[in-house]
Design a protein around this ligand. Structure first.
Ligand code: SF4
Ligand code: SF4
Length: 445
C-alpha cells in the first residue's frame, strides 16, 4: 500500500490517539521522523490495557508499528515497556529477533514515564522543546492501542471498540474490549463492584490524571482507558472533588517549600515551569512574575505536585488548569529549546510503588487480565467529538439501520478531526448536537 493509501485508510477508520486527548492519527503519521516509539508505559496505577494488548495481540500491534514506521520513514522503532514486566519482555524479545528495525526500550517503574516528553528523553535522550511536540526532535510516539487500531485500519476495519481496564473496588477486575458508546454503568457491572451505588465513585482514566464521573449514563469513547471504582471518601476521590476549595485555599496557605517544583517532571526536564513561583505570584498579583505565570502552559497535568509533592494539600495543577484557559486564548506558542535536564533530575524521579502507597491505592491494585469483548449493549451513545479538532457531522437519519463499522460522523475535506462509526447492529433512535443514539436490533441484530 502506498503512503497516501495508508494515510487515507487510517483516516477512514477514524483512528485517534487512544492514550490521550484523541489527536487524529492520520495527521500524526503525515510527518517525517527518524524514530518511532510504541508507548506501552501505562504509568497510571491500576490500568493494564497496554500490557494486555501486547500480551494478547502482539502481532497486530507490531503490524501497526511497522506500518506507522514506514509511513513516517523512520529507520528505528522502539517498544517502550516497563522493565519489571519480565514475562512480557521475554515474549517481546522473540518478536524483536526477526525484526532488525525494532528494539525493546525497557523503562524504569517511575511516574509519569508514559508522558510523551518524558518518554522521548528516556528512550532517545532527546529533549522536546517546552510547549513543543516529539516530532520537533524527529520522533513520533504512538500508544499501543493506537498501533493496534492502525493494524485494523490497514485491513479496512474502523475503530469500533475501545480497550478498558475496570479496577479498584470490584470483585472481578479485568480488561475488556468495549463497543464505543457503551454507557459507563453498562461497563462497570461486568467487574461486579463491591460497593453499593451510593457508596462508590467512578474515575474515568487513571487515579492521577483521570476525572470523576458525575453521570454513569455517559458513554465510553475511543480514548477511555480505565474506569476506576473507589469508595466515595477515598483520598483520590476527595482530591478530585475538591478543586474549587483547593483553588480558594491555594494562595493563602502555600508555604513556598518548593517541593512541587523540585519534583515536577516537566521542570526536571528543563522546561521553564516553576509551580511554587506560580503559587507565590498569584498570592499577590498575576503581573508580579509573568515568566512563572506563562509556565502554566507547560504543565502536563500529571498530578505529581498535588498528589505527591505538596504536604499542604494544595494543587498547583488545578491552578495551572485555570491559568491555561485564560492564557491560551492570548498566548501564541513559543517553543523553548532545551539542551539538558536540570540538576537533580535523576534523584527526583518518583517510584510508582511509592506513589501508589501515598495515594492509598495499595489495597485496590489488582491484576486485571484481558477478559474478551463485551457483548453489544442495548444502546450506544456515539459521540461525534471523541477527538481533537472539529466535531464530526452526523450522516445518518432517524430510523436508519446500521451495523458495526457503518459511518456515523464525517468531516469536510481538509478539517482536523476523525470519522466515527457505529459499534453495534441497530437503529438510529436519536440524533443530538454531539451524540448519535443507536438501539440494538435491526436487520442483523
Ligand atoms: S509544595 Fe505546596 S506548599 Fe510547597 S510550594 Fe508547592 S504548593 Fe506551596
Ligand atoms: S501537574 Fe504539577 S507536577 Fe505535573 S507538570 Fe504540572 S505543575 Fe508539574
Amino acid at each position: 500500500m502506498s503512503r497516501e493509501a495508508i494515510l487515507a485508510a487510517v483516516k477512514a477508520a477514524g483512528v485517534v490517539g487512544a492514550g490521550g486527548a484523541g489527536f487524529p492519527t492520520h495527521t500524526k503519521l503525515a510527518a517525517s521522523a527518524d524514530a518511532i516509539i510504541a508507548n506501552g508505559a501505562e504509568c497510571e496505577p491500576l490500568l493494564q490495557v497496554d500490557r494486555e494488548l501486547l500480551s494478547h495481540y502482539l502481532d497486530e500491534v507490531l503490524v501497526g508499528l511497522e506500518v506507522a514506521r514506514e509511513t513516517v520513514g523512520a529507520e528505528r522503532a522502539y517498544l517502550a515497556v516497563k522493565a519489571k514486566y519480565e514475562a512480557l519482555i521475554t515474549q517481546l524479545r522473540t518478536a524483536v529477533a526477526s525484526r532488525p528495525w525494532l528494539q525493546i526500550a525497557p523503562l524504569p517503574d517511575i511516574y509519569p514515564i508514559g508522558d510523551e516528553q518524558r518518554l522521548v528523553y528516556e528512550v532517545l535522550g532527546r529533549i522536546v522543546p517546552a510547549r513543543g511536540i516529539p516530532i520537533q526532535v524527529g520522533a513520533v510516539v504512538l500508544n499501543v492501542e493506537t498501533l493496534y487500531n492502525i493494524a485494523g485500519a490497514y485491513v479496512g476495519q474502523p475503530v469500533i471498540n475501545t480497550y478498558i481496564t475496570v479496577n479498584g473496588a470490584v470483585a472481578e477486575p479485568g480488561t475488556w474490549a468495549v463497543p464505543v458508546g457503551t454507557t459507563i454503568q453498562d461497563v462497570i457491572k461486568w467487574a461486579s463492584p463491591v460497593l453499593e451505588p451510593s457508596e462508590l465513585a467512578v474515575i474515568e482514566g487513571g487515579p492521577m490524571m483521570g476525572r470523576l464521573v458525575e453521570d454513569l449514563s455517559q458513554p465510553v469513547t475511543k480514548t477511555t482507558k480505565g474506569l476506576i471504582i473507589l469508595p466515595q471518601f477515598h483520598t483520590v476521590v476527595t482530591r478530585l472533588r475538591s478543586e474549587a476549595a483547593a483553588l480558594r485555599r491555594a494562595f493563602s496557605v502555600c508555604s513556598q517549600c518548593t517541593m512541587c517544583t523540585d519534583l515536577c517532571p516537566r521542570h526536571l526536564l528543563g522546561h521553564p515551569l516553576w509551580p511554587h513561583r506560580i503559587m507565590r505570584s498569584l498570592a499577590g498579583s498575576t503581573a508580579s512574575d509573568p515568566e512563572a505565570i506563562a509556565g502554566a502552559l507547560l504543565c502536563s497535568e500529571c498530578g505529581v505536585c498535588d498528589s505527591y509533592a505538596c504536604f499542604m494539600g494544595l494543587s498547583p495543577r488545578q491552578v495551572n488548569q485555570a491559568l491555561k484557559q485564560q492564557l491560551s486564548t492570548h498566548a501564541k506558542p513559543q517553543f523553548v529549546n532545551l539542551d539538558e535536564v536540570r540538576e537533580g533530575f535523576a534523584a527526583s524521579q518518583i517510584p510508582s510503588q511509592r506513589l501508589t502507597y501515598r495515594q492509598d491505592l495499595v489495597r485496590w491494585v489488582k491484576d486485571a487480565p484481558f477478559m474478551g469483548t463485551l457483548p453489544e449493549p442495548d444502546r450506544v451513545l456515539i459521540r461525534l467529538d471523541q477527538h481533537v479538532g472539529m466535531t464530526a457531522h452526523c450522516v445518518l437519519e432517524l430510523g436508519q439501520e446500521v451495523s458495526p463499522g457503518t459511518l456515523v460522523g464525517n468531516l469536510p475535506d481538509g478539517e482536523l478531526g476523525a470519522l466515527v462509526h457505529s459499534s453495534i447492529h441497530g437503529v438510529v433512535c436519536g440524533i443530538e448536537d454531539e451524540v448519535v443514539i443507536i438501539e440494538r436490533g435491526g436487520r442483523d441484530g
